[in-house]
Write a protein that binds this ligand. Structure first.
Ligand code: AMP
Length: 422
């Protein structure tokens, strides 16, 4: 029979105890660290459904974005309603707070979950991938920008990421953005015969997005184009310098006036973190201010700033991953169901929360169980046979040192031993 395989660009993640450098392990570890960091900033978790009404993304992410133009996973449901697997998290968060009528409050939310985009799969680019995100709602430009960058610095530090640049830019307040878009349009229009079809379309719908063009000819033309910094107010330029100076010792921050970001809803401060260690898909997180989105989706006038972190790419940069917990492989050798031995393992777990005890559940010889313990990278095997059970002893075998002798310990010695494992 033909085997059923996973869909293109979608992967299974299976934790691998034996190989610490495994992709899935890195992803799970990275997610765990991110959740811890979000907690230290007192940010609340939010979970929204994976499926949304298709119009949510058309009205938020925008008709001119690549995501909405060609990457949405949209389907008609049984009721002939167009639904879409979310391609990003922000639109759903805003839909949710409007629906729950908390769009008049300030709040800080984080989320973590799968997103779907019908892209051409390659290294670092998948059709199903995970994003963690933070949305800081209800604060106008200022301290919230510092908080977002502070979180990014904390992530880099906790994961040991050194080779990275945090690019920041300002898309201007309403007036300067409009003036700049007009200037860019006036500059590019006479040259439109040299632009490809996609850039001409962008020029008409959202001229800022032309700065994002992948065409080398367009990029050549843009070298002489008006620059956004000539249109920014002192307040916008001051904000960029303030962010850069506040975190200059911790984060490699560069002001980059060509950074515009691919989504339509951004206003004001925008940013993207890149690392040359990632190859062609070098951005591992990005975001910005989106003060108009809530109102645009039918809610209150709620200023907001947020970011999305690509978990797969971030985990490739993670340097701190060490499974520093100690694993004890607990081996019961008996032909009976030894609930007493099992209960000993159960009780030992509560003595030291930084050790893991894996009771080997299978039948099998001591030899095969020791082989399994080694494969799992256990530091110790605790062995209980029928004799040990009677005498209330455990045989302790160190698996890290081939030459070490096994030791017999009684229960109170074992408790002491476990307590002292770091
Ligand atoms: P975006 O929502 O496009 O700003 O993306 C935010 C982050 O999500 C990017 O910096 C990437 O790290 C990650 N990302 C976006 N698209 C993909 C994808 N197709 N596969 C893997 N990661 C992605």
């Amino acid at each position: 029979m033909e085997k059923i395989q996973s869909l293109t660009g979608m992967m299974d993640l299976i934790e691998n105890k034996a190989n610490k450098a495994d992709t899935a392990n890195g992803i799970f570890y990275t997610e765990h660290i991110l959740k811890d960091i979000f907690e230290t900033y007192s940010i609340s978790e939010i979970r929204t459904p994976a499926l949304e009404d298709s119009s949510l993304f058309k009205r938020s992410v925008g008709d001119t974005s690549d995501i909405v133009n060609k990457e949405l996973y949209s389907f008609m449901d049984k009721n002939d309603k167009s639904i879409t697997l979310r391609p990003e998290g922000t639109a759903s968060v805003i839909r949710s707070i409007i629906e729950k009528k908390i769009d008049n409050e300030s709040n800080k939310f984080w989320y973590l979950g799968p997103m779907w985009r019908y892209e051409r799969p390659q290294k670092g680019r998948y059709r199903q991938f995970s994003q963690a995100g933070v949305e800081i709602l209800g604060y106008s430009e200022g301290i919230a920008e510092l908080e977002i960058v502070s979180i990014i610095c904390s992530i880099n530090k906790a994961l040991g990421i050194e080779n990275s640049i945090l690019k920041i830019n300002h898309l201007g307040d309403k007036e300067s953005k409009e003036k700049y878009c007009n200037a860019l349009k006036n500059f590019l229009m006479p040259l439109s015969s040299k632009l490809d079809e996609k850039d001409i379309q962008r020029l008409n719908t959202n001229p800022l997005r032309v700065l994002d063009s992948k065409s080398s000819e367009t990029q050549e033309i843009l070298k002489d184009a008006p620059k956004i910094n000539d249109f920014l107010t002192d307040q916008s330029l001051d904000l960029l310098n303030l962010v850069k100076n506040t975190f200059s010792e911790e984060c490699n921050i560069k002001i980059d006036h060509t950074l515009v970001r691919g989504l339509d809803y951004y206003t004001g401060f925008v940013f993207e973190a890149v690392s040359s260690d990632l190859g062609a898909q070098d951005a591992y997180l990005g975001g910005g201010r989106y003060d108009d989105l809530c109102k645009q989706l039918g809610g209150k006038d709620l200023p907001a700033i947020g970011m999305a972190i690509g978990i797969e790419r971030l985990s490739l940069l993670t340097k701190t991953y060490k499974k520093n917990r100690t694993l004890i492989s607990f081996i019961i050798i008996s032909s009976n169901l030894e609930s007493k031995a099992y209960k000993i393992a159960h009780d030992l777990r509560s003595i030291n929360s930084s050790i893991d005890i894996d009771v080997q559940l299978s039948d099998g010889s001591l030899k095969s169980k020791l082989r399994r313990a080694n494969k799992d990278n256990a530091s110790y095997a605790f062995i209980i046979g029928e004799d040990e059970l009677k005498s209330e002893n455990i045989i302790v075998k160190s698996l890290n040192d081939e030459n070490s002798e096994q030791i017999i310990m009684n229960i109170s010695e074992i408790e002491n031993f476990i307590q002292n494992i770091k």
